[in-house]
Design a protein around this ligand. Sequence first.
Ligand SMILES: [Zn+2]
Length: 160
Amino acid sequence: MARIILLGFKDNDAAEAFIRDMDRIQSLDPVSSSLMGELGVITASAGKVEALVARPTLTCKCSSTGMHQGKKTGAGFTKTAKFGWWVHAKCRRPTSYIVKNFITNMLNGHNDLLPELRESWQPKEENVDPDMATSENDQTPTQAPEETQTSQGETREVQV
Ligand SMILES: [Zn+2]
């Protein structure tokens, strides 16, 4: 099993700085000690541990027939007292669906902003355009960044 720590930040900028530093540190080899220090300062000064959840890693391997019968009758599954997992009563393990979708289920329908945040940190297409300009005419590269900016603006307005 594993653990999920829910870390809260009142300051949005601190939350984003935490994620940015974590991403950088975990992608660097060797690890930057200055980034490690910054991450520690951000976490200790702005972070608050809100919850600790046990995450299952092992799945029920019982025969599909047995699982089907359990679902059909509504029996065969039980909630564990210690971790609150829904598990197959016979083997005491959750289904592979529960294990694979654990984080999504924990979000309880709320949007995960992480993919959009990380995408916003990626180099933009404008960096590619100068190369395009050398091989093509001036109109194509000029139009591409405008379309990109417009679509990003529209996306943000919808989400706000
Ligand atoms: Zn089982």
